[in-house]
Design a protein around this ligand. Structure first.
Ligand code: NAD
Length: 457
């Protein structure tokens, strides 16, 4: 972690080339209380606009996101490296989904009447006040969006602290959405963890955080002072279980996609694979073959499917995990060498055992780690043997895989597919992957204080 309090400008660098992509002014730590005061002043009149009025206002962002998807997508690729088409689609999906999202929020926040024949209660969902949204770099447009949008729609004012790796994308988000709102309702603080910590210590009502487990724990400790509300969406160590009766081709295709997309820098990446012995050989062969079809390179270059690691620190971390695993007996089925600059060659390892760091810590890199298991019971036991609990996936016959799914202790489980749920379903972690939701009725309600007013009949 570098110190940002001593510097004035935060430079964003292209991880593919090392070139400077741009810079933003760092928010001095002593200015953070003033940002919070300004947010508090702006909040009351924003609350008074009402949910419908606020949603109408925010809907104006949809066409801007769509019109500027190519340009902002380019910025995302230049700042953090992912293939251009994925960056553009990240921005576009925020535009395409906006209207539905706002309707969902309005339904979630509408006052609810509860009567029991004797009493009549009205349940209101009011804003908390000032919310900080602190976000990571791996989806640098949609992660701010998933937190800032419901916070604003609920009537809070928001200070976004985007990742120090992707400040330009965070700034673009705030420029677009902030232009639709009264002054002070949406502001930005730039810098690293010091700015994040200073924000967390300031006079906030709600802290919405997406990022690593370590930072989440630190935030929770700080927030306990004053019992400020927190929403934590943290990391994972997602398992993929491949049962004997799985469609092995589909399972291997999924494993390659979900281990390598965004260079493995996804919170619900497949980080551990438990495959039943009877089908292991074929699965390993197909996965190794699929990995060799990946094209590693600059995300701006057509045809690239895997970009660089976001920075040198992340690259070193991933390479350390691979080296440690190999030194402890893991076998390399694909990749494993030929890495250069920030680019890590997609790697498939088998024979991964519990004492290897790659089996226990979040890797966040393009590595597929296979452990052969005797049967379904062993697969379940080992899949659950982690403090994390974000996502999990099971491939097998629909019936067996669905049964296994109910034994997994993750917040989201995909059966013969990834973990993304149906429209309206929450994005939710369990255990040390944090608590709180993204999206869905329950997710939107977290940005509000429930108040009940009761009268006799
Ligand atoms: P990170 O925790 O290092 O940083 C996230 C943000 O928090 C940044 O803006 C950073 O400056 C700030 N920060 C860091 N330490 C802080 C502290 N102690 N107090 C306040 N702010 C602090 O995470 P990252 O490297 O940017 O992102 C990768 C992590 O995010 C992975 O663990 C990944 O699994 C997780 N993630 C989770 C989800 C989810 O939905 N659960 C989604 C995306 C990413």
């Amino acid at each position: 972690m570098s110190s940002y309090s001593a510097k004035k400008a935060l430079r964003s660098r292209n991880p593919s080339t090392g070139a400077v992509a741009g810079e933003v002014p760092i928010t001095p730590l002593e200015e953070i209380p003033a940002l919070v005061r300004r947010a508090r002043e702006a909040q009351q009149s924003w609350e008074a606009v009402g949910t419908v009025g606020r949603c109408e206002c925010l809907l104006g962002a949809a066409h801007v996101f769509l019109d500027r998807a190519e340009e902002i997508g380019h910025l995302i690729t230049v700042e953090m490296g992912k293939p251009l088409a994925e960056s553009v689609s990240e921005v576009r999906s925020c535009g395409q989904g906006l209207e539905g999202e706002l309707l969902e929020i309005q339904e979630a926040l509408a006052p609810e009447v509860i009567e029991d024949g004797r009493l009549r209660s009205i349940v209101y969902r009011d804003p908390f006040g000032v919310c900080a949204a602190i976000t990571p770099w791996n989806f640098p447009f949609s992660m701010p969006h998933w937190m800032v949008l419901p916070a604003l729609a609920a009537g809070n004012s928001v200070i976004l602290k985007p990742s120090e790796e992707t400040p330009l994308t965070g700034q673009a988000y705030v420029d677009i959405v902030g232009a639709l709102l009264p002054n002070g309702v949406l502001q930005i603080a730039h810098g690293g963890d010091e700015q994040g910590k200073a924000l967390v210590r300031s006079d906030l009502d709600l802290i919405a955080f997406t990022g690593s487990r370590e930072a989440g724990k630190d935030i929770l400790r700080s927030a306990s002072d004053g019992l400020r509300r927190v929403i934590l969406e943290l990391g994972g160590k997602d398992p993929l279980i491949v049962l004997e009766d799985a469609d092995i081709e589909k399972a291997a295709t999924f494993a390659a996609w979900n281990s390598f997309r965004n260079a493995g820098q996804v919170c619900v990446s497949t980080e551990r694979i438990f495959v039943c012995e009877a089908v292991a050989e074929r699965f390993e062969h197909l996965l190794a073959e699929a990995s060799s079809r990946r094209v590693v390179g600059n995300g701006l270059k057509p045809g690239t499917t895997i970009g660089p690691m976001v920075n040198e620190r992340q690259r070193d971390h991933v390479l350390r995990h691979i080296e440690d695993a190999v030194s402890r007996g893991a076998r390399v089925l694909a990749g494993g060498s030929g890495h250069h600059d920030n680019f890590v060659v997609p790697t498939v390892l088998t024979g991964v055992t519990d004492e290897m760091a790659i089996a226990r810590e979040e890797t966040f890199g393009p590595v597929a780690c296979i452990t052969r298991v005797a049967n379904e019971e062993e697969a379940i036991r080992r899949a659950n043997d982690t403090p994390f609990g974000l996502g999990a996936v099971v491939f097998g016959s629909q019936e067996r895989a669905s049964q296994v799914a109910r034994h997994l202790r993750a917040g989201m489980v995909g059966v013969n597919r990834g973990v993304h749920g149906a429209k309206g379903a929450p994005w939710v972690g369990a255990r040390e992957s944090g608590y709180g939701f993204h999206k869905s009725r329950d997710g939107h309600r977290q940005f509000t204080q429930t108040r009940v007013v009761t009268q006799g009949r």
